[in-house]
Design a protein around this ligand. Structure first.
Ligand code: PLP
Length: 412
């Protein structure tokens, strides 16, 4: 019996699909919501939970978008990208990665997120396994589950630089393995796979010809200390016909809101992904596509300047957090995240008598006591850690670190 609502009408009990039981809302979005609620209640909260650059989209890219609107580029485009953008992407892959893709091997979607989702929906059958090294970007396991697959989580410990080892990969592969998902530099750890590490993984994959590789290279351009970037299809060309190389303009070009992501891969897969996109969202925004052409074809000198700012912030946070008893942080190679361990505060007691038993308890304590919003490691599949994004001002970061230090100092 459905209880009536206040007006006396029966409340319709929406019968959600069974697949909704397999997915949960993004944890990073969840922490942002808590922070916003506390803010609305008048609390001063420093948000370190959001994963986007605090820089503006460069002017030449914004200008290209305005020109596209004035030139009437405001209509539907080809479903998976305009010919101009596909050409710019093919040029980018050739120029920056040494990868050769024809335009029939390139797809454009509404963010890298949609591209990853399309690829999984196009290929994963019920019961297929997808190897997801942990800590992982929050959306991979849930996307796999939505597609009917089973995420096989393989922890890459901090002592191994948070990277998947060749032995662990070999042990995780079964006849049902459909994909391995790689993400370098990584969200949440900032760890990047050097070419030698990819070489070792490629050797394992060559022994297992049924396994495909989805490599999420979204943070390619945000690397520190002159670390070179490597991607698996370039390291081992014999894997290229079963690799989907995913990238996008969100992070490098500070274009998160424009929603353009893309991938290069085998034509059969690319065509299937376009079919899914054509029956769901159709083309990404025509104006954003024109802007992305300007981004990929345009100058990239601003990247070095921005990376220098990110690196200074990274170093500030590392210095501060590594000097707080109970916390410890590995130096990230890229992206704009730190993933410190909070093992040293687990089991300690808050001033209100509650014991911190998990990294979620610690993240809750930080937002409640210190007014600093971070994301617990459990959201990324590895505990006890937490993620902070340092894509915010130096003043904010210094204040956040001071507050975290003070909050840790109050633990019994
Ligand atoms: N992949 C990783 C590792 C990310 O961190 C993100 C965004 O946070 C994405 C993919 C999706 O990026 P977008 O959909 O904005 O292109």
């Amino acid at each position: 019996m459905i209880p009536p609502d206040v007006s006396g009408h029966p409340v319709f009990d929406v019968p959600l699909a069974a697949r909704m039981g397999a997915v949960k809302p993004s944890a990073t979005v969840g922490m942002t919501r808590i922070a916003n609620e506390l803010r609305r209640a008048g609390r001063d909260i420093i948000g370190l939970s959001v994963g986007e650059p605090d820089f503006d989209t460069p002017e030449h890219i914004r200008d290209a978008a305005k020109a596209a609107i004035d030139a009437g580029q405001t209509r539907y485009t080809d479903v998976d990208g305009t010919p101009e953008l596909k050409r710019a992407i093919a040029d980018k892959f050739a120029r920056e990665n040494g990868l050769t893709y024809g335009t029939d091997q390139i797809t454009v979607g509404t963010g890298g997120k949609q591209v990853l989702y399309n690829a999984l929906m196009a290929t994963v059958e019920d019961g297929d396994e997808v190897i997801v090294p942990a800590p992982y970007w929050v959306s991979y396991p849930d996307m796999v589950r939505l597609a009917g697959g089973t995420p096989v989580i393989v922890p890459g410990g901090e002592n191994r630089g948070f990277l998947l080892s060749a032995d662990d990969l070999r042990a995780a592969i079964t006849p049902r393995t459909k994909w391995l998902i790689l993400n370098s530099p990584s969200n949440p750890t900032g760890a990047a796979y050097p070419a030698e590490a990819l070489r070792a993984l490629a050797d394992v994959l060559l022994d297992h010809p049924h396994v495909m590789v989805m490599t999420d290279d979204m943070y390619e351009h945000i690397l520190y200390d002159d670390a070179p970037f490597a991607t698996i299809a370039a390291v081992e060309p014999r894997l290229a016909d079963r690799t989907l190389t995913v990238n996008g303009v969100s992070k490098a070009y500070a274009m998160t809101g424009w929603r353009i992501g893309y991938a290069g891969g085998p034509a059969t897969l690319i065509k299937a992904m376009a079919t899914i996109q054509g029956q769901s969202t159709t083309n990404p925004s025509s104006v954003s596509q024109a802007a992305a052409v300007a981004a990929l074809d345009g100058p990239i000198g601003f990247l070095a300047e921005r990376n220098a700012v990110f690196q200074a912030r990274r170093d500030l946070c590392l210095r501060e957090l590594n000097s707080i008893p109970g916390l410890g942080c590995r130096t990230p190679d890229g992206a704009f995240y730190l993933f410190p361990s909070c093992a040293g505060v687990i089991g300690r007691t808050r001033p209100d008598g509650r014991v911190i038993e998990t990294d979620t308890d610690f993240a809750t304590y930080l937002v409640e006591e210190a007014g600093v919003a971070v994301v617990p490691g459990s959201a990324f599949g590895l505990s006890p850690f937490f993620r902070i994004s340092f894509a915010t001002s130096t003043e904010n970061l210094q204040a956040a670190c001071d507050r975290i230090r003070a909050a840790c100092g109050k633990l019994g």
